[in-house]
Design a protein around this ligand. Structure first.
Ligand code: HEM
Length: 479
């Protein structure tokens, strides 16, 4: 094990491709090593057996220890709230994000995507990094958090404030005047003020119900689910699933945060969970697909069949009936994960091989590294910089193979982009649906080609993939 100065690890990770960086450390130090990331010592573990307990909340809690995150999200840890808070909150989240909820959200998802595609089509090209950012934001505000604003509030202005708030998350944890964090904190204040006013009546009714149910998270979760179901039965609500914004709020209420500013903050929490994650997923997927005419042709063939079966309109059912598309999205998320996963703070010591990590340490099941070590894909060769199945840089066609997801023998066994265990992403199927929908709309009409073919090679890698300025244009060539 080793330690390097803070900037050493963070900057090195930003400049190196993440698989290469992590695999190099693994080769040098083995299955447990320590990094200083954004000012925090973190143990990166690749022993899945040892991590099973912590990622099931046994001897560990999920916690994002980065001060910037806490400043902008408030000091409320709903996933770490224990069985009585996290359990019912998760149950209600899964109800909101299950098949019926997704079907109800689909028209709004499609609307966002079609409006973007119209812009792309008019220009014949798209700057994918910025476009993914806008799309992630719109999906989060308009669909996931489903923010209702009175006409007095300019929705475009509101989204700009959200963007400023989100951007601060990636800045240094020092709110110097003019810094991204200082601007984000100011935006947070404005957003909480506006949302507090907009939500006042809804919050009051929610709180009354909460009090009536004895301030019980479990009873409130059941009530949200039951009320949505009966509203659907009476015909006053289409989907029969609870509103996600009401579910997100439940987490904070469960932690005792029941004032109107907490309801406002819970909207920001919903946006945070969905915006940048989706944005990186969209960008990473487009970046890979745009480099592979082979995969695009196979996606196109599949879309021809889908249109024959379901007609030219992209419906929810059609969007759920695309096995090669599904495999492509998973393959993109395996090769270029949109998230490295979430860390855990140990509440008891953890034995991993011959290493004992004390309580209080942070451990991380780091998706990029575990994908390198996938027993179904990796032959154990440590003489290479990056295992062949992760080496999109030198071996794109060999590494980027959606087909590997289509048979039991080749299906990857390590896939941690959406986490693992008790906190596996509750929005995973929504994220997949969004990416599939956009990709289907595009490949039906266009071939994609990067104007700067080595865009990804020249990108920065941590905390997320960011292409060098002016290199992210994708050209759309009509089929
Ligand atoms: C491609 C997009 C996304 C990625 C890569 C992603 C990734 C993740 C990861 C890695 C976790 C686990 C964190 C941990 O273990 O500490 C997680 C949890 C979660 N995600 Fe996502 N996410 C995405 C999109 C979404 C969306 C769109 C939503 C909401 C609609 C969402 C809602 C959640 C929630 C509620 C949790 C917490 C689950 C729990 O603690 O039980 N995610 N996500």
């Amino acid at each position: 094990m080793f330690t390097l100065p803070i900037l050493g690890d963070t900057v090195a990770l930003a400049l190196s491709e993440q698989s290469k960086f992590m695999f190099t450390r693994y080769k040098k130090y083995g299955s447990v090593f320590r990094l200083n990331l954004l000012g925090r010592p973190m143990y990166i573990l690749s022993d899945v057996e040892a991590l099973r307990g912590p990622y099931r909340d046994e001897g560990a809690v999920p916690e994002v220890p980065f001060p910037t995150f806490k400043l902008l999200m408030g000091d409320f840890n709903v996933p770490g709230g224990g069985k009585h808070v996290h359990g019912p909150w998760r149950k209600a989240s899964l109800a909101a994000l299950g098949p019926a909820g997704l079907q109800a959200m689909f028209p709004a998802v499609l609307r966002v995507m079609q409006s973007h595609l119209a812009e792309w089509a008019a220009a014949g090209q798209v700057d994918v990094f910025q476009s993914a950012r806008r799309m992630g934001l719109e999906l989060a505000v308009d669909v996931v958090a489903d923010v209702e604003l009175s006409p007095a509030v300019d929705r475009t202005w509101f989204k700009q404030q959200v963007e400023t708030w989100l951007y601060g998350m990636w800045g240094l944890p020092v709110p110097l005047p003019g810094s991204a964090l200082a601007k984000a904190l100011a935006a947070k204040k404005v957003l909480l003020g506006v949302l507090g006013q907009e939500l006042a009546a809804d919050h009051a009714a929610y709180k009354d119900k909460w009090t009536e149910l004895g301030s019980s998270t479990a009873a409130m979760a059941d009530d949200l689910v039951a009320r949505a179901a009966s509203a659907a039965a009476e015909g006053t609500k289409a989907s029969g699933t609870p509103r996600l914004s009401h579910v997100t709020r439940l987490g904070l209420f469960g932690l005792g945060a029941t004032e109107v500013e907490h309801s406002a903050l819970s909207v920001l929490h919903a946006i945070m969970g969905a915006a940048d994650t989706t944005r990186f997923a969209l960008f990473n997927t487009w970046a890979l697909v745009a480099q592979s005419p082979r995969v695009q042709d196979k996606l196109y063939e599949e879309q021809q069949k889908v249109m024959e079966e379901f007609g030219p309109e992209l419906t929810y059912k059609a969007a759920c009936s695309m096995p090669y598309m599904d495999a492509t999205v998973k393959e993109c998320m395996r090769l270029l994960p949109a998230s490295a996963g979430g860390p855990r703070r140990l509440t008891a010591e953890l034995k991993a091989g011959d290493v004992v990590l004390p309580a209080g340490s942070y451990v991380w099941m780091y998706s990029w590294l575990l994908h390198c070590l996938d027993p179904a894909c990796w032959d154990g060769d440590t003489s290479v910089d990056v295992p062949a199945h992760m080496d999109w840089r030198n071996n794109l066609e060999g590494a980027f193979r959606p087909e590997r997801w289509l048979s039991e023998e080749t299906r990857p066994k390590h896939y941690f982009t959406f986490g693992y265990g008790t906190h596996l992403c509750a929005g995973i199927n929504l994220a997949y649906l969004e990416i599939r929908t956009m990709l289907a709309l595009v490949v039906r009409k266009y071939r994609l080609r990067l104007r700067t073919p080595d865009m990804l090679t020249r990108a920065r890698y941590f905390p997320f993939i960011e292409p060098a300025a002016g290199t992210d244009t994708v050209l759309l060539e009509a089929r």
